[in-house]
Design a protein around this ligand. Structure first.
Ligand code: SF4
Length: 335
């Protein structure tokens, strides 16, 4: 059984003119110890999806199912959800300063996270665990740094503190939302390495949300690319990088500086911008930016269909596979 199985998740918000749909039907599953990367630009719905699943959007209109070890997170009461968040599912955010309290020492914050979920743990024991966690994530001199405030750590070290907090309760699943954005390339690589090492060590499942396909190149088992609230491509990491089908995925790959090994040509940024949730184009939402767009693309939305002869690879595009010259002799068909 999957650790987390999400089916047909839809998330909307009430606006002046009616319901605005930010996520329009997302399904995925996450297995214990595996990494799923959900990739998309701002507004693609990746963050909203996970926030909805974790009960962080009480004002949203949410439908679908999100089974975590068999229990539907979308139907649980706030108290049970609060217990699951942190203890069984934890989060790592892009900016640790928004999650760490600036006026409390980091050790106290980690210790309190432990004590809130387990009242049987005494202060001294929780502090010892905080020191242990800081050491585990590579903070030098953890028994000294446990009494420092968040601003006393450089940015990369603060992200390590966040990771320590996320691991404090031995979660089964960690959701990391742009955990390395805004870090320089060297620190970014170190943080990714740390996350994957700890994930392997403790058998944690990871859902990694990012706008950058380059970030997931070394860490993801499976990749879902989202655009305008919908998944447009789903494949294992290798297929995503070497045999992408959807023009949007291809565009993301071609706009990675330094390339990914897929092709070493010049950078080709995707023209235009992603649509606002208030004005999603009809048909394929990507059609105004797509160099392969055909008349059918503006009229009918392509379903997420399996790419024939390519395992579980799925793409939501009316193009036959070979048309974008990515090497596979396959064609998208309805699932
Ligand atoms: Fe481009 Fe049409 Fe495919 Fe959309 S369906 S990605 S517009 S070719």
């Amino acid at each position: 059984m999957s650790l987390l199985e999400v089916k047909d998740l839809k998330v909307g918000f009430q606006a002046v003119d009616g319901l605005v749909q930010a996520v329009r039907g997302l399904s995925f599953s996450v297995e214990p110890g595996r990494t799923l990367a959900i990739v998309g630009e701002s507004g693609s719905g990746k963050t909203v999806s996970t926030q909805a699943i974790l009960g962080l959007l009480p004002e949203a209109d949410i439908s679908g199912t999100a089974l975590f070890e068999g229990a539907d997170l979308l139907k649980l009461g706030e108290e049970r959800l609060r217990q699951i968040r942190g203890a069984e599912i934890s989060m790592i955010f892009q900016d640790p300063l928004t999650s760490l309290h600036p006026l409390y020492k980091v050790g106290r914050q980690i210790a309190e996270t432990i004590r809130v979920h387990d009242s049987g743990v005494g202060r001294a024991q929780a502090r010892r665990r905080a020191v242990e966690l800081l050491g585990l994530v590579g903070i030098p001199g953890p028994d000294r740094r446990v009494d420092d405030y968040p601003h006393q750590f450089p940015r990369g070290m603060r992200q390590r503190v966040m990771i320590a907090m996320a691991l404090a309760l031995n979660p089964k699943l960690v959701v990391a939302d742009e955990p390395t954005t805004a870090l320089d390339a060297t620190v970014q690589a170190q943080i990714l390495e740390l996350i994957t090492e700890l994930q392997k060590q403790f058998g944690i499942a990871l859902v990694l949300l990012t706008h950058d396909l380059g970030v997931v190149a070394r860490v993801a088992d499976e990749v879902i690319v989202m655009y305008a609230g919908l998944p447009v491509e789903r494949a294992d990491r290798r297929t995503t990088y070497y045999r992408p089908h959807h023009p949007y995925t291809k565009g993301l790959l071609e706009s990675i500086p330094g390339s990914t090994g897929v092709r070493q040509g010049r950078l080709r940024p995707i023209p235009g911008r992603p649509p606002s949730v208030l004005a999603v184009p009809p048909g394929c939402a990507f059609h105004p930016r797509c160099e392969y767009a055909m008349p059918v693309c503006a009229a009918e939305r392509p379903p997420l269909g399996r790419v024939t002869g390519d395992g579980d690879h799925a793409s939501a595009c009316w193009l036959p596979h070979q048309a974008i010259g990515l090497g596979a002799e396959a064609e998208a068909v309805r699932l």
